[in-house]
Design a protein around this ligand. Structure first.
Ligand code: UD1
Length: 430
């Protein structure tokens, strides 16, 4: 467990290169379970969630090797175990993405539901309903779910909500099913289109990813393929937000700007200068940010995974900002810590009402999870004085070399192991 010690007030400037998208890489790794042949994934981010997903597929019997820094070679072979280890599923919810491929290929999959209950705070009822519609028998024994099907068949599925994970899981399952599947009210995230492109290269027949109707014609087998993961629009948004908070000038390279439209629009609304190149985006910020309204929604709306980071921006923007969280029922863990840095925020249900203050003050804060942690790092970069962000290991789940990339932009970030004498690293500067 580590902490980040961040000197506030350094202006960030320069260029960083975006890594491959975490949320694309995880289902892509799961998708390689659909074939016994070798798959090659390029531009895979070197982050802990990817390492966890590799542990999951290895535990099932898949051979995985890093070829180069960001290239993964995966081969599932003819036989696999059909139950990912409980502790890995608990560690990372996206492990549930192996269910669709395993069930479709081997006719069985067992999983202990991540939250302990399939209908819990982050339920998987939509995954279950869709797989049932495709002919799966699902037996629930407490938290253990067993899925069985001789062969899945095509189905016309209407999702109650455009769940990213359910859309992906059902798409993968449908690839090896008998007949045609429609997934309606499908999630439209770019990561879903990325999954479609790998699946089609493997010989699947998937259309419509990126729209709200995905159509899959099942085939009897899939083959090996190679694919490069799309850039991480959440990582990109985080660096752009860092530029905005520090009145900096940051360019992010190897980007697909169209995937970032909602974020770029919000940055412009906050009063910074935004420019797009063919594969780059840039933010130049001068003067104080302006308050705005942010509504986290399914894509193409503003991403919930950047809501905490943009709440940090709103903290120092002039006037009142309203931050609506419409994807998750409670995703405001960063708020308490931001308040400790001097922010003025009130939560009213799913809305955070932020009264902008002139500046935040560095202190010791605790990262409760990945994106809330990113919000605190941003707040610390813009704050007066030094901050210690505890729980920095959460950041490694989704940001490749965060401290290194920030340092290359001129930030002062030190990674310090959190030893016994916790207080000795705690210094409050105003
Ligand atoms: C994915 C992303 C995550 C992001 C989220 C929303 C990955 C690995 N993770 O998560 O970073 O924050 O999309 O953009 O891609 N829901 C149900 N029943 C279900 C499934 C979901 O009610 O069966 C609800 C959830 O509780 C949540 C909402 O739907 O409120 C969105 O969840 P979903 O889109 O499924 O997110 P994930 O795929 O888990």
């Amino acid at each position: 467990v580590e902490s980040l010690v961040i000197a506030g007030g350094r202006r960030l400037a320069g260029q960083v290169v975006a890594s491959g998208a975490k949320n694309a890489a995880l289902p892509l790794i799961a998708a390689t379970l659909l074939t016994e042949e070798t798959c090659l994934l390029e531009r895979v981010p070197n982050i802990r969630d990817v390492a966890t997903m590799i542990r999951v597929v290895r535990a099932l019997g898949c051979e995985v090797k890093w070829e180069e820094e960001h290239t993964l070679r995966l081969r599932s072979g003819p036989f696999l175990a059909c139950q990912p280890p409980d502790e890995l599923v608990r560690e990372m919810r996206a492990s549930v993405q192996v269910v669709g491929p395993l069930l479709a290929r081997f006719g069985t999959a067992t999983i202990t539901t991540p939250g302990g209950c399939a209908l819990g705070p982050r339920p998987i009822n939509l995954h279950i309903q869709g797989l049932r519609a495709m002919g799966a028998q699902v037996d629930e024994d407490g938290p253990v779910l067993q899925f069985r099907a001789n062969r899945l068949h095509g189905a016309d599925i209407l999702l109650d909500y455009p769940s990213v994970g359910a859309t992906e899981n059902l798409m993968m399952a449908a690839c090896l099913s008998n007949g045609r599947t429609f997934i309606r009210n499908a999630a439209r995230e770019p990561e879903i289109a990325d999954l479609q492109s790998l699946l089609n290269q493997m010989g699947a027949r998937v259309r419509g990813a990126g729209t709200d109707v995905v159509r899959v014609d099942g085939v009897s087998r899939l083959h090996g393929a190679g694919h490069a993961v799309i850039p991480d629009r959440i990582e990109i948004g985080t660096y752009l937000a860092a530029a905005a908070l520090t009145r900096g000038d940051v360019r992010v390279a190897e980007v697909i700007p169209q995937h970032c439209e909602a974020v770029l629009a919000k940055l412009a609304a906050l009063g910074v200068e935004v420019s797009r190149g063919e594969c780059t985006v840039r933010v130049k910020a001068e003067g104080r940010l302006r308050g705005t309204t942010i509504r986290a929604l399914p894509y193409p709306g503003f991403p919930t995974d950047l809501q905490p980071q943009f709440t940090a921006l709103a903290c120092v923007a002039e006037g009142i900002s309203f931050v609506h969280e419409e994807v998750f029922s409670s995703r405001f863990k960063h708020v308490e810590e931001l308040v400790r840095m001097g922010a003025a925020i009130q939560i009213e249900g799913r809305v955070a009402v932020v009264q902008g203050v002139e500046y935040l003050t560095g202190t010791t804060i605790h990262a409760p999870d990945l994106r809330a942690g990113a919000a605190l790092v941003l707040a610390a970069l813009g704050a007066r004085g030094e901050s210690v962000v505890e729980g920095a290991h959460h950041l490694d789940r989704g940001y490749e070399d965060l401290a290194g990339k920030l340092t290359s932009l001129g930030a002062e970030v030190k990674v310090v192991p959190l030893a016994g004498e916790r207080r000795s690293t705690t210094r409050v500067t105003a």
